[in-house]
Write a protein that binds this ligand. Structure first.
Ligand code: ZN
Length: 461
């Protein structure tokens, strides 16, 4: 059984799913108004690893992550730069997906955009007004948090102590400082949507309620995000679902912060100003390795030094991949049922599996994998090449299950070799296996390791 820490209960619990064999999972996505930052890189990697591991274990995962494409920050950037909001969104959403592709974060099954769900948000707010769960002020519609009995469940605090800790509110029309905007009435020059209670635009907290319930259904399994979203964003999402009488997420997961020492943020000291900056200067896999070497609930330090350390570890893994010509695994989601092992390799898969099943203990799992790298190298040195190769294959598959591809690097092929590869692909596509085998032997005699992949013949020294 997969187990995961649940923020509401404050403990590691069984990840029981609503539908047997299926897992519905929602991760709050970015507001696209600037380059993605290092924290974006971490939360997407953490929940990508989780999704990949749950898939490896046989669950059919439905992964939804939204794009917030209407927000104060988008509007103010558009006004500052004298462009339309849609241009700001297009520019930074493109940067977002470029960064995700570079990180090897698998595309969500659904990526709902807030602006496509405004009509549903308006309908939800209308029901809140009818039920007096929401009220109208001069600048918008607010949610009355006192109407949800267990408001504060995710924050882990009672309403009174939350209220005492809330900022002194400038808006005197609000019934409580904890109440939040569901809808902001139109201001000149801002994007506007029609609503019976007054034209305007949605607040941030309503979109995820409408999109998660709309795409995953009532009582979906797992809602995730960074720890910074726990309160008030997730609390406010949950409050709306409760007020609407809908069963919301059954399990809440939150990942820890990224630490960057303030004065060391400058490029001149070799640190990273954005995720895009980091990815332009380093092997993207280093950030994934850095993330999985820490527990997802702990803070991590992302700096030139910690990334360089991860790059050195990665170089060791790539050298290992070259030595054993390990299979290319990790681009697509990996399923355990597609790989079987014997002996020490299966024991490694079992040990690593038990660690990851228990609240995604990636640091101990990765330590086990690095131990196996040492063991396989030692066995190969001693001549036990079959056992070593089997263990090496398990290492590649387990790292691939975490989305970490190890490989020997792309080779530049001379014309003659490239032509042999092309001829072999042609022979295979025609079902001419004898010729394909002959060409494989020819390549091997020239010192190449030959592999068959979905994209055809792959070779390396
Ligand atoms: Zn959200």
């Amino acid at each position: 059984m997969l187990r995961l820490y649940d923020t509401v209960h404050g403990e590691v619990r069984d990840l029981a799913t609503r539908d047997p064999g299926r897992l519905s999972m929602y991760v709050c996505g970015p507001t696209v108004y600037d380059l993605p930052h290092l924290g974006h890189g971490r939360f997407t990697l953490v929940w990508d690893v989780a999704r990949r591991w749950f898939t490896f274990r046989g669950l059919d995962v439905h992964f939804v992550s939204n794009i917030t494409d209407i927000d104060d920050k988008i509007i103010s950037r558009a006004q500052r730069e004298g462009v339309r909001e849609s241009e700001v969104v297009a520019t930074y959403e493109e940067q977002w997906w470029a960064a995700m592709a570079a990180l090897g974060v698998a595309r969500p099954d659904d990526t709902p955009h807030a602006t496509a769900y405004v009509a549903q948000m308006v309908a939800l707010i209308e029901t809140f007004l009818v039920d007096d769960v929401a009220y109208v002020t001069s600048d918008g519609v607010y949610f009355d948090t006192s109407r949800v009995a267990d408001y504060g469940l995710l924050a882990g605090q009672a309403l009174d102590s939350l209220r005492a800790g809330a900022r002194v509110e400038s808006n005197e029309e609000k019934r409580s400082a904890l109440d939040f905007a569901l809808w902001k009435f139109a201001k000149p020059g801002e994007p506007i949507w029609p609503a019976s209670f007054g034209d305007g635009r949605p607040g941030w907290h309503t979109e995820c309620v409408v999109m998660s319930l709309g795409l995953l259904g009532d009582g979906f399994d797992l809602h995730c995000g960074g720890l910074d979203l726990k309160f008030p964003h997730h609390e406010n999402e949950r409050a709306q679902a409760m007020a609407a009488g809908r069963a919301f997420a059954q399990h809440w997961g939150h990942n820890g912060f990224v630490l960057v020492e303030g004065e060391k943020m400058s490029k001149s000291l070799g640190n990273f100003t954005s995720l895009t900056d980091l990815l332009s200067r380093t092997d993207a896999r280093a950030y994934r390795l850095l993330v999985v070497r820490s527990h997802y609930r702990s803070p991590i330090e992302v700096s030139a030094a910690t990334i360089a350390d991860a790059e050195r570890a990665l170089a060791r893994l790539d050298a290992f991949a070259r030595r054993f010509a390990t299979p290319d695994v990790g681009e697509d989601l990996v399923r355990a049922t597609d790989h079987s092992f014997v002996g020490a390799a299966q024991e490694l898969v079992d040990r690593v599996g038990a660690l990851l099943d228990d609240d995604l203990n990636t640091p101990l799992a990765v330590a086990e994998i690095f131990d196996a790298v040492s063991t396989a190298n030692a066995w190969a040195d001693q001549g036990a090449s079959d056992e070593a190769a089997e263990l090496a294959r398990a290492v590649a598959v387990l790292l691939g299950a975490l989305g970490l591809k190890i490989f020997s690097g792309d080779e530049t092929l001379d014309d003659e070799t490239a032509s042999l590869v092309r001829d072999r692909d042609a022979a295979r596509s025609q079902g001419n296996w004898a010729e394909a085998d002959r060409l494989r032997d020819e390549l091997m005699s020239r010192g190449w390791v030959v592999e068959d992949s979905a994209n055809g013949t792959r070779i390396r020294r």
